[in-house]
Write a protein that binds this ligand. Sequence first.
Ligand code: PDD
Length: 278
Amino acid sequence: DIVYLNGVYVKKDEACLSPFDRGFLFAHAAYEVTAVFGGELIDFDAHMARLVRTLEGIDIPRDDLTVCLQDLHEELISRNGVIEGFVYLQVTAGAYGRRDFGGPETLMPGLFMFCETRNLIGEKAQYGVSAITVEDQRWKRRDYKTTQLLSQALAYRESERGGAFGAILHEDGMVTEAASANLWVVLDAETLVTRNLGRQILPGITRQSVLDHMGRIGMTVEERVIALDELKTAREVFTTSATGLVLPVVELDGKPVGTGKPGPVTRRVQGQYYRGIG
Ligand code: PDD
């Protein structure tokens, strides 16, 4: 496995970064995960536009990043022979030899990338997954894709301990999103709902792509806040993300969602999305 770190391609086990890196000390870092399907990057430009937005939001200069990120992605995919999977990219605020909250006026960001081969459309997409609901304890700028992921990591650990695959986050009786995906619920034959964008959730690239496809599915989508009670009585639930694409949630807190199998609306959305990337 070959990874990219600050200008060089090295073997995975040989990549080294200073423990003084601000990404390590303060989670001062932005990241992106872009799906690879049939050897091609999915929605690459949209992912990079979101990266730029995050960098601006967390005060990391992006001037140096005009190194052609697309070339780096493609080179990494080709060196590792990835046909289906994803590329991970992280821009960290850099290391300055000491633990200083503010750090130097001019940051010198670092860039780390790796990729992984994975079946994006595998058993989970076919049969669905189980999830638990967990209180959302993240910071208030969830619209930035930063590596500050402790509460999501803990939510995943809790779900896995209970034999589930993921977590759906809520606060004040309202659903925000899944721990690493956006959330969609089907309330009745006509109503598909996903949360409206704002600081409370990540503006998912897959979410946007599914919204763009909705016309062809012949359903309208309500973008609004979803109550936890609506989630718990939904006919169908699914998530969207670069690593899961369109993933049915068939069990919630140990109880079946709808029939306990991926429902017809989820199947239609999957079908349309897979055709779009295939
Ligand atoms: N996570 N919401 C959260 C909190 C996420 O972490 C992600 C993605 C999404 C979906 O965004 P997109 O469709 O752009 O992947 C929504 C990635 C896959 C991860 O952390 O691995």
